[in-house]
Design a protein around this ligand. Structure first.
Ligand SMILES: [Fe+2]
Ligand SMILES: [Fe+2]
Length: 310
């Protein structure tokens, strides 16, 4: 008789610690390595920027869109990692007098997310040296984090899992296979991906632990909180799509007719919704984990809310 022995939680924490140690990297030594960004290569791959749908644009204009979206991509991670770190430090404290492997795993998780925020601030500044002036990313990480952290822990953990899972798909399916990207951009997200692979393991364990403590009523409220968070993310995406479309129009080197400006804005918004909402919401692992925690009615409620964003 074959018996499958499931690893215990402490085994999983030990594995996460070992994985964290084995992939450890430094921003300058491993990622940047004295390199700079230039404008001859794409930054964000077509699979994420969806520039192949922007049929009114020339090849050079599409490359500029991929660079603008790539800069926003780095800034978006810098933004969400503020609340992710704060929430994981909060839930990690619950292990402070218990399993010390769990505590170490969360300390390492937080340390890595702080390093990612530093990396993404550097990347924004470095891209700023290469790109024309006028790019804006005006969302304040602390303000967003305060709003997000006012929602239930369940909703914040589900949003975090969603983000950390789509990071993996983005890298494996779009960034890694695209041979035309800036090597530096590619390396930034290679090293980020290495850390996020083990973060997902901790996210899943923490959600399961927290989910088991909720009453049905509390979980139902948390589902509404998750929907509110998705709507808040969309509000940020709408503002940034408008800002990035205006920056494109100001720097693409030709007079863009009004209708085409609006079309570019809508196409960028569609790409951002794909990147930050739908590529995660349709991720099979995310659907499986979420589906196992909530009722069919609650699943439909989430799907109906997300459908309004199309
Ligand atoms: Fe990260
Ligand atoms: Fe992470």
């Amino acid at each position: 008789m074959n018996m499958v022995v499931q690893p215990s939680d402490t085994d999983k924490y030990v594995r996460a610690i070992n994985a964290s140690k084995s992939v450890h990297w430094e921003i300058d030594r491993d990622v940047i390595r004295g390199r700079r960004f230039d404008l001859s290569k794409k930054y964000l791959p077509d699979g994420l920027s969806l520039v192949s749908e922007m049929t009114t644009l020339s090849a050079a204009e599409r490359r500029l869109v991929s660079q603008i979206q790539g800069r926003t991509y780095a800034n978006m991670f810098g933004l969400v990692e503020r609340f992710i770190t704060a929430k994981l430090l909060e839930v990690g404290r619950e292990h402070s007098l218990g399993d010390q492997n769990a505590l170490e795993a969360f300390v390492r998780f937080s340390d890595e997310e702080l390093k990612h925020q530093t990396l993404f601030r550097r990347i924004d500044a470095m891209m700023g040296e290469a790109m024309p002036s006028g790019y804006r990313f005006d969302v304040q990480p602390d303000m967003v984090a305060r709003a997000v952290l006012s929602k239930s822990t369940w909703a914040v953990l589900v949003l975090t899992l969603h983000i950390e899972l789509f990071v993996q798909n983005h890298y494996r399916q779009s960034i890694e296979p695209d041979g035309e990207l800036s090597e530096l951009f590619k390396d930034v997200f290679l090293y980020h991906w290495k850390d996020e692979c083990q973060h997902v393991v901790l996210d899943e364990m923490e959600i399961a632990r927290h989910n088991a403590t909720l009453t049905e009523k509390e979980r139902d409220v948390a589902v509404d909180d998750f929907i509110a968070l998705a709507a808040a993310v969309d509000g940020i995406l709408q503002a940034q799509a408008t800002s990035d479309a205006m920056y494109f129009v100001a720097n693409c080197g030709r007079a863009v007719p009004f209708d085409e400006c609006e079309q570019v804005r809508q196409q960028i918004l569609r790409a951002y919704r794909w990147q930050y909402i739908f590529s995660g919401a349709t991720h099979p692992r995310f659907r499986a984990i979420l589906g196992a925690m909530i009722t069919g009615v609650q699943t439909k409620r989430i799907e109906a809310a997300l459908a309004t964003l199309n």
